[in-house]
Design a protein around this ligand. Structure first.
Ligand SMILES: [Zn+2]
Length: 298
């Protein structure tokens, strides 16, 4: 089955002001547009949150990457800096639901040891083939399905402003730091996505694997907290840096400051992501849990 033709692509960096790979990659592509241009579509870049970057922070008032629900974009009472930026970005790349941008690539970093990760927030044949292509070209890439059962209108992420959109999430990288290995993996994955769109548009995709391993988000878990809101412990040393590796029922998840351990009390094997992500400490989130799934191509 032929996929929809993609005519317009936007590459977005700096949605979070202290995630430096996307900020520097957006700058590089803006200065060297031949790196993002292909024959069958037009491509531009956007620096999403320049004031947060100036302040060397993730955001000034609220997380920009949580402001893109259709109902919020239409709400004139939401007026802080990021809420206003969301409306400007929606006007420039969207409007969501009838977007002038066919495909958005939003560039992010994580402090967690997740490697190069392609995050899909919607399901469908184009995403399935993209996942298979990226995995074929970059075997170490990880495919993540993040609440792709939600309607696009109900997603709050910037990339959902486009008709299609994905997140390129690469780690580990500390906040406000640039690592060469992480920057190069982000560049490589972005190039594969652009090549996929080009080959799909031209009807020249190679033979793709029929099954692709992916991780589907289940829920997040919090650090152990006291009833008065104090942290009682930390992520267990045997979980730290082991993103995507299985957690078995009964396995220790947290070490408390009194030396005791809290174990995983679920009944199915789960796969953690965003372990000890620095940006989630304000909400005391310890990690996300996922199940392993297979994306099947028709
Ligand atoms: Zn981010």
């Amino acid at each position: 089955m032929a996929l929809a033709k993609i005519n317009t692509v936007a590459i977005v960096g700096g949605t979070h002001g202290n995630e430096f790979s996307g900020i520097y990659l957006e700058r590089r592509y803006r200065q060297q547009p031949e790196l993002m241009q292909r024959s069958s579509f037009s491509c531009k870049t956007l620096f999403a949150n320049p004031q947060a970057h100036e302040a060397n922070r993730r955001y000034l008032h609220s997380d920009l990457n949580r402001q893109f629900k259709t109902v919020d974009l239409a709400d004139p009472t939401l007026t802080n800096y990021e809420q206003s930026r969301a409306k400007v970005i929606n006007a420039e790349l969207g409007p969501k639901g009838a977007a002038k941008t066919d495909f958005i690539i939003d560039l992010h970093n994580t402090t967690s040891n997740m490697g190069p990760c392609l995050i899909l927030t919607q399901a469908g044949p184009l995403y399935n083939q993209l996942a298979a292509y990226v995995k074929l070209k970059m075997p170490k890439a990880v495919i993540s399905r993040d609440e792709d059962h939600f309607a696009q209108d109900d997603h709050a992420l910037l990339c959902t402003v486009g008709t299609y959109g994905v997140i390129v999430e690469v780690g580990p990288q500390p906040q406000s730091v640039l690592r060469q290995d992480v920057l190069e993996e982000m560049h490589e994955m972005t190039q594969h996505i652009l090549d996929f769109i080009e080959l799909s548009n031209l009807g020249k995709l190679p033979e793709l694997p029929k099954k692709v391993e992916a991780f589907r988000y289940l829920h997040s878990i919090k650090l152990p907290m006291s009833s008065s809101g104090e942290r009682l412990g930390m992520v267990h040393r045997n979980i730290q840096d082991r993103d995507y590796l299985p957690i078995m029922p009964g396995q220790p998840l947290f070490t408390l400051f009194d030396g005791s351990e809290i174990c995983y009390d679920g009944e199915q094997v789960v796969y953690p992501t965003f372990i000890n992500e620095a940006a989630y400490y304000d909400n005391n989130l310890a990690m996300s849990l996922n199940e392993k799934v297979w994306i099947e191509l028709n």
